[in-house]
Ligand binder design. Structure first.
Ligand code: ZN
Length: 174
């Protein structure tokens, strides 16, 4: 009983420092992220069903989304990404740009490293071919957020990919 009270008191007392601890302790940070990743995988199927169901019952939103997306692509296009170029990229890419898994042709999707919704270009420089899973997980995260989220074993490669494409350190992204 006393132990339980003491434990609860300690938790309360630590609350204001949690953010600082998270910032300062890389081990704690990785532990929390691993927890979030596990949670993500555990509920992936359920959230997929939920999204699919929502889309089915709200067809008008889907077309609105598509219209908006097409408009964004038109604005962000620099002319380097013709359908032929994209098809060729897909054809010659075998492994996911982010998780390195081997992809079946149907699993290959295009991904804007800096999302269109975050002001990214629709250009060869900003486009990679990745797997559906990574594309779904990355969604509209900024590249820094994605780097934080990606599995640690693939992090260095993802940073290098950005730096190679943009010829500047990742921290320099505005
Ligand atoms: Zn992947």
């Amino acid at each position: 009983m006393a132990d339980a009270i003491r434990a609860r008191w300690a938790t309360e007392w630590l609350k204001p420092f949690r953010a600082t601890l998270y910032q300062m302790d890389p081990l704690l940070r990785e532990e929390k992220k691993a927890g979030s990743r596990a949670k993500y995988w555990a509920q992936l199927e359920r959230s997929r069903l939920k999204t699919a169901n929502y889309k089915r019952t709200h067809p008008e939103l889907a077309s609105l989304h598509q219209t908006r997306r097409n408009r964004r692509i038109a604005v962000a296009a620099d002319g380097t990404l013709t359908p032929d170029v994209i098809a060729a990229l897909k054809q010659r890419t075998v492994h996911c740009a982010y998780c390195d898994s081997a992809m079946f042709p149907a699993d290959k999707v295009t991904d804007h490293m800096i999302p269109l919704s975050r002001g990214g270009e629709h250009s060869v420089r900003n486009l990679v071919i990745c797997c559906r899973l990574c594309n779904g997980r990355k969604a509209s995260l900024s590249y820094e957020e994605w780097i934080e989220r990606i599995d640690p074993e693939h992090r260095a490669k993802a940073v290098a990919l950005y730096e190679q494409r943009y010829q500047m350190p990742l921290e320099a992204i505005a």
